[in-house]
Design a protein around this ligand. Sequence first.
Ligand SMILES: Cc1ncc(COP(=O)(O)O)c(C=O)c1O
Length: 455
Amino acid sequence: MSTSSEALKPKDSQGAAQVHPPEVLDQLTAAGSAPEVVPLLHASKTIGASSLDVRKIREDFPILKQGIRGKPLVYLDNAASTQKPKMVIDAICHTYLTEYSNIHRGVHLLSELCTKAYEDTRVVLQHFLNAGSSKEIVFVRGATEGINLVAQSYGRKHVGAGDEVVISALEHHSNIVPWQMLCEEKGARLRVIPMNDAGELLPDEYEKLLSAKTKIVAIGHVSNALGTINPVKQMIRMANDKGIPVLIDGAQAVPHLKVDVRDLDADFYVFSGHKIYGPSGIGVLYGKSQLLEDMPPYQGGGDMISSVTFEKTTYNALPYKFEAGTPNIGGTIGLGAAIDYVKQIGLDNIAAYEHDLLTYATELLTQIPGVRIIGTAKDKAAVISFVIEGVHPHDVGTILDQDGIAVRTGHHCAQPVMDRFGIPATARASFAFYNTREEIDALAAGIKKVKEVFA
Ligand SMILES: Cc1ncc(COP(=O)(O)O)c(C=O)c1O
């Protein structure tokens, strides 16, 4: 496209690219008149080097069959949230259509059935993470709530004035702010493990930060902004050797890697259901039982008590002590179905297939002049954050959207990561096992179009 003009390359006072309103970009790309969302079958031929039958897998995801603005939907925003297979949607529907009731308290059959489905899901999650007991699986709203629970319960009990909490330079805001709030309240200090220009944490600097003052370490398993896979097993060992517990934020890891909390020896591990093909509003906190036993409740209410009088309340056993109020029953059962689905495909197969997509996309994008990939760690999950010289990432996202390509743009709730690289934002393509090489071709073509618009 050659509708470019100098007006298309406005710069702010620092010379950085500025964002354009969507209607301006619509004019520039002659989009805007196409229908927004229409049913359309994606015509994928080559699937990529893997044993996965991706064409068949895509059939499980009804949303992938629809078109966006008359084009096949190319959904590359999986790190923000994944799409849901029919099996998950059906499990939720089945719950509400046939066995829904409140759980734990009823003696009637529906309550018994629903309680069983809910508690069976806890066992599914126990096996998925290889936890030693289902008591160690606490259902929460998501990774964010899991981290806040540990910060407010374990943290408020164990962190005091002058103590330190260690996090990393790669963290999502969800694994920064709860610790910052705790440190502010307690007069403690937040210490940050730095990273290199590839987006890898520096082990020597980490070692130096671990001291008698360190009361907890909280690190992401996989960076949502850059895709870096942190060597969490070694990092946990380094802290545990000094008697320091470690929380791992696994929000971006569990959809892509096999996680074994006992092999990692993680003290706490959190993740969100919606990033692993399950519903939103449900997630998991795994905690070692001896730590959870010793922690005060996070919230008070129904279900978390053993007995209540006005004089004194005694608390329920694990994990119920941490599950106050009526939980997200349908969402929990949906998460169980999502885990079953992922297990059927196999996390080793998923990891191999997505690695192939990442390699292919990296090669393709690296060849486009003016495109810079942010985050080039040796060990990466299938996430590519990038900037295009002279173009604001929001404009990149808006123009790609006109071709049905969904990527995320912005700071990805990781502003310190953006600051580290001296940029306000990136465009981020993040892949799932239902994505194809053709979709990556479409992304590369879309990026070339963006460049032409701004040439
Ligand atoms: C690494 C990481 N941690 C935590 C979160 C927060 O997850 P949620 O919003 O589901 O609680 C996210 C979400 O993007 C994430 O990527």
